[in-house]
Design a protein around this ligand. Structure first.
Ligand SMILES: [Zn+2]
Length: 451
């Protein structure tokens, strides 16, 4: 069996100096810039981001319970405006982008939902060319709050939390409407994040129930300020949160494989960082190996709940006086989520970072499925196998030492769906990714041990 396996595998010999060659850069070798992505990034404009943010603030409050205020005020007025922006963008898509508002009623729960309340998600779907249902989601929430999460009267500008995420999603939709994407992209603004991720929970559940192969959610929530509470400036740093272990994690297998930093969400985070840092300099991603900040959560967690990979982008240092606060001055300190604290050059960089990673993933072939590392025998070598991926013309094995956090080397392996590597499976971590004819590289699959 093993001989048959080896005869069909591409044999790769590696010089002893392999790891001596490792560069400090976390952008792996062989990446070239795709002019389509460069062009998409070039459409991002801080002035129109500011105009969109101002528009969202002008609805006064976007609190979940402000739905009946009408006449340019409240969460549903904001919803209708976001829908109209998506429709404008869709009109340039030659019929490829479909826009919808999904409204459902959340029953009162005696806690954060004091009464039955209608909640809407605003969704734009850009169909991919692939036969499969492979889908990426770029998400945000458009509801806002002040000091009370049920106050629908007082102002709740939510300039940063989370108009910033919505304007990034709108900018990405505008930038990518012409993209010849293989995978489907869903651009979405969720309702009722502040009442417990209700809009995203509803959406992620319905994607799961429809059997959609979501290979990543890129969530943007609080991505608008580059200045921390001590006045510290971080104009070029973006945090990327990702969960350690998926809901279906098998602890025994994870311990065996040493895979505790290799969940699908982590691979997505590494990918976002690699492509973001490649295309969207000077912005640099900072990987945070944690689901979210302490005491906080976000819509990416609704995707985790369904077993989907997801990441959250957040500004580098948050000022909590500017979040979930009534607009007021107290002891000479200004509280509130005001536009004064936004940096639209920073938001533009965040949008470019999103576009780079999302477009790269949607143009590339998907993640290889059923990736395995053979552990049937005691050897000092490594044998890998995986299923063929739609659109792939070749594959790459990526490698790192077990105590490194980033992939440090790539080994092209040709068109075969297995590979033999002359490095001990006991001493390194391996991943596999698919490459298309134009050189687009997909997200890495981490192989499970097979006996
Ligand atoms: Zn938020």
């Amino acid at each position: 069996m093993l001989m048959t396996y080896r005869r069909h595998s591409s044999r790769i010999l590696i010089a002893g100096s392999l790891f001596a060659l490792t560069a400090s850069s976390h952008v792996l070798g062989g990446q070239t810039l795709d002019p389509q992505i460069v062009k998409a990034i070039g459409t991002v404009n801080p002035k129109s981001l500011r105009a969109d943010d101002e528009k969202l603030i002008a609805f006064g409050t976007r609190n979940t319970f402000s739905e009946e205020q009408g006449q340019g005020r409240g969460v549903f007025a904001a919803r209708d405006w976001i829908e109209s922006r998506f429709r404008e963008i869709a009109s340039q898509s030659h019929g490829r982008m479909e826009v919808m508002v999904d409204t459902f009623v959340q029953p009162a729960d005696g806690k954060r939902v004091a009464r039955d309340v209608p909640i809407s998600n605003v969704i734009a779907i850009l169909k991919g060319s692939e036969e499969t249902s492979r889908t990426y989601v770029i998400s945000s929430h458009y509801d806002s709050r002040n000091s009370s999460n049920s106050d629908s009267e007082k102002t709740a500008p939510g300039a940063d939390d989370n108009a910033s995420g919505v304007i990034v999603v709108l900018a990405a939709a505008r930038a990518l409407v012409d993209l010849p994407n293989r995978a489907t992209i869903i651009f979405v603004a969720y309702g009722a994040e502040e009442q417990g991720l209700l809009g995203s929970g509803h959406h992620a559940r319905s994607l799961k129930e429809s059997g959609i192969d979501v290979q990543g959610d890129f969530n943007n929530d609080i991505v608008g300020s580059s200045t921390g509470p001590k006045g510290e400036k971080n104009p070029n740093r973006l945090r990327i949160f990702s969960e350690a272990l998926p809901v279906y994690a098998d602890m025994a297998r994870i311990n065996e494989a040493g895979a505790e930093t290799d969940s699908p969400s982590r691979q997505l985070a590494r990918y976002a960082r690699e492509m973001g840092d490649l295309y969207a300099r000077p912005m640099a991603g900072q990987m945070i190996y944690r689901t979210d900040r302490y005491l906080r959560g976000g819509d990416h967690m609704s995707f985790y709940k369904q077993g989907y990979p997801a990441i959250r982008f957040v500004e580098a240092v948050e000022n909590f006086n500017h979040q979930h606060q009534d607009v007021r001055v107290e002891d000479g300190v200004q509280y509130g989520d005001l536009i004064d604290y936004m940096d639209f050059d920073y938001v533009a960089k965040v949008a470019r970072y999103n576009i780079a990673s999302l477009a790269s993933a949607a143009l590339a072939p998907g993640v290889p499925k059923n990736a395995v590392i053979q552990t049937k025998e005691l050897t000092n070598e490594t044998d890998l196998a995986w299923d063929a991926v739609d659109g792939a013309v070749s594959y790459e094995v990526v490698v790192r030492a077990t105590d490194e956090s980033r992939w440090t080397r790539t080994i092209p392996t040709g068109a075969a769906t297995n590979a033999h590597v002359d490095l001990s499976k006991d001493n390194y971590l391996f991943g596999i990714r698919a490459v298309d004819a134009a050189g687009h590289k997909g997200v890495v699959a981490f192989p499970r041990p097979e006996r």
